[in-house]
Design a protein around this ligand. Structure first.
Ligand code: GLA
Length: 656
């Protein structure tokens, strides 16, 4: 189990480094991410490298038994670089420049930036590839975090090259983008510019390709750095830190290039439900590389600095969120950062060693957590998950394009479905519609608007093979180019679902008032739907629920169809949270999926990893676990002992 955090010794005089190593040992730290923002310290000017200080830090850490997750330091070019080569600076959609003075001011496609970054990584990798302290490589930092997309001339050149690789000639692009519309036809790839500021809405297929390009351009940078590390003889695992379900990057397409997945996670302590969204992110990270434990690379020991109000974590909350990550497949718990900065934008961000010193609650909790994690048994990344929730970045990009029947936050809806299973203590993997789904009892596919023929066939085969699929409104609408297939909507899954959608029936939404809802009556009960009330042409499915009010009163709203050995449900709206809960409970029960442990309160999380049952209490309310769970593995704990506020417990075997 890795334990530690980002270590920025360049911010401190050398005598502090000895104290750092001493305190790291006291806290059980065994890994630090070193040099993430040290480019300007390593390279004072082009061609001038200063590694003396880094040599000394590395040697001190190694002597202290602390491993190094060595950063390639490329996330923030020093000011000398942009002074000498202003063309490395990125631009926004209106052509304004992002200047240096903060961080991440580089155009990922700038040939000069790439050359400078390659020279830096080569120097670092050649010097340290065989240093005994290096156990992992940390490439760049949170790709795309601040700069979600670059629209500079560098990006224009690279975008055109990317499009040339994707389309077999300009006519193929014209066809895919539907450029006969609004006189957008291109005669040559050179006429294409990134989706910069325009008078009105931009071509949606072009926007989608620009998102794909942006994700690929950053991946290309990551690959460049990784190959330099390998060429220099670095054999240690290579990774970069992800940001949960971060919109700009299709992490699924990146996952094969990472030796292990690493995630940064900052749930808001002021939001009593933020642990549920964190659970979704952790399941997403685990699912990106099934079977390989991931690492929680960054979290805050206490408060952050970047929200409007930055609440501290409650006593125990930091450990509860850490154990949640371990329960959901992490083999490392790391923080931003080791020692609190004295100056700079993040001086109010908490750290493992707080500015207020080691007499603090934070430090005590850090030491305690280090001890507890060290006592955990070695576990595989196998987490019990009978349910797959379908989430696909490319679909999210397409579904959130403008000019749709109704605009909504797709990720929020996906997370609500996850939360519905989470509240019921049922494990969920987050999968792509093209993944092998055959091992899951239930697949939930919300708003699968963009669906390729291959993914549609995969979902149909899953149902035919005995699976239970729940699809909901605004699904199977366009192909990978954001184009309607001919023949209407629900064209690929019509047979599996036994219906066609003929009208999307957008419901009014209003930021200041509750969204308009419809009622779906369903065998004596009812649920509320929002965003869509679709008109269905049911050809061969059983109608389980009907709209109880609104324009479609009496028309089908929830259907099921037995298809092959399985069942496909379709819901023509998006339920509110309560409705999702009711529906999920019903479908899980129908598919024979039971909670990990019966009768637990919603704020207690229950997960089985490699046969170990984790219970985590995410609230102030104490909780008594059923004594039938047996004896927890922690020394000194007895069966049935109360789990206090933000407490947790691990049981040696899965619940009966
Ligand atoms: C991100 C970055 C860190 C730091 C933290 C602060 O995760 O990677 O360098 O800025 O945020 O929360």
């Amino acid at each position: 189990m890795y334990y530690g955090g980002d270590y920025n010794p360049e911010q401190w005089p050398e005598p502090v480094w000895d104290d750092d190593v001493r305190l790291m040992r006291a806290a059980g730290v065994n890994l630090v991410s070193l040099g993430v923002f040290a480019w300007a310290r390593i390279q004072r000017a082009e061609g001038e490298f200063d590694f003396g200080w880094l040599d000394r830090v590395m040697d001190k850490l190694h002597a202290g038994g602390i491993g190094v997750n060595l950063a390639t330091a490329t996330a923030s070019p020093p000011p000398w670089a942009s002074r000498a080569y202003p063309e490395i600076l990125p631009k926004d959609a209106s052509g304004a420049t992002y200047w240096p003075g903060s961080r991440q001011a580089y155009a990922p496609t700038s040939p000069v930036y790439r050359r400078l970054a390659a020279e830096l990584v080569t120097a670092i990798a050649e010097r340290y590839a065989s240093h005994p302290a290096v156990v992992m490589w940390h490439v760049n930092n949170e790709y795309g975090c601040h700069l979600h997309a670059d629209y500079s001339d560098n990006a224009a050149v690279a975008f055109r090259a990317w499009l040339r690789g994707r389309y077999d000639g300009i006519e193929a692009l014209n066809e895919a983008w539907g450029t006969t519309f609004w006189s957008q036809r291109y005669g040559d790839f050179e006429e294409i510019v990134p989706p910069r500021l325009a008078p009105y809405s931009l071509n949606p297929s072009g926007l989608l390709d620009f998102k794909r390009f942006t994700s690929d351009a950053l991946l290309d940078l990551y690959r460049m750095e990784k190959s330099i590390i390998r060429a220099a003889g670095g054999v240690q695992p290579v990774t970069t830190n992800f940001l949960g379900a971060f919109e700009p990057i299709d992490y699924r397409s990146w996952a094969p290039d990472l030796d292990l997945i690493a995630d940064d996670s900052y749930p808001d302590p002021a939001d009593a439900e933020s642990f549920r969204a964190a659970a979704f992110d952790r399941d997403l990270m685990r699912s990106l590389k099934p079977g390989v434990p991931w690492v929680l690379m960054e979290q805050a020991p206490d408060a952050v600095n970047w929200r409007t109000s930055n609440a501290p974590k409650a006593p125990g909350q930091m450990a509860a969120l850490s154990v949640q990550a371990v329960a959901r497949g992490a083999d490392g718990v790391m923080f931003f950062q080791w020692r609190q900065s004295r100056s700079g934008s993040e001086k109010f961000h908490s750290a493992m060693v707080p500015h207020a010193g080691t007499g603090t609650r934070t430090w005590k909790e850090i030491v305690e957590l280090g001890r507890d994690l060290a006592s955990f048994p070695r576990m595989s990344a196998d987490v019990e998950a009978p349910v797959a929730l379908v989430y696909d970045w490319q679909n999210r990009w397409a579904v959130e394009n403008s000019d749709h029947p109704v605009r909504f936050d797709h990720l929020e809806v996906v997370r609500q479905w996850h939360a519905a299973a989470h509240r019921r203590h049922v494990g969920v993997d987050v999968r792509h519609p093209g993944d092998d789904l055959s091992g899951y009892a239930v697949v939930i596919a919300p708003q699968l608007y963009l669906l390729t023929d291959a993914s549609a066939a995969n979902l149909a085969a899953y149902v035919a093979g005995g699976g239970t699929l729940l699809m909901s409104a605004f699904s199977d609408v366009v192909d990978e180019h954001d184009m309607f297939p001919l023949g209407g909507f629900t064209t690929r899954l019509a047979d599996t679902l036994g219906l066609r959608v003929t009208d999307f029936g957008a419901l009014p939404v209003d930021g200041t008032h509750d969204a308009t809802t419809v009622t779906v009556s369903l065998e004596g009960t009812s649920l509320k739907g929002r965003l869509f009330a679709e008109e269905l042409d049911v050809t061969d499915a059983t109608v389980l629920g009907r709209f109880g009010d609104g324009r479609l009163r009496g028309r089908p709203a929830l259907t099921s169809r037995v298809s092959g050995a399985g069942t496909a449900y379709y819901l023509a709206t998006v339920p509110d949270e309560e409705g999702m809960g009711a529906l999920v409970a019903r479908i899980l029960a129908g598919a024979g999926v039971r909670p990990v442990v019966d009768g637990l309160p919603e704020h207690v999380e229950a997960v089985v990893r490699d046969g170990h049952l984790f219970l985590v209490n995410h609230s102030e309310e104490p909780f008594t676990p059923p004594s039938s769970l047996g004896r927890p593995i922690e020394a000194g704990s007895e069966a049935g002992d109360v789990i206090g506020a933000y407490g947790w417990r691990v049981f040696g075997r899965a619940a009966p």
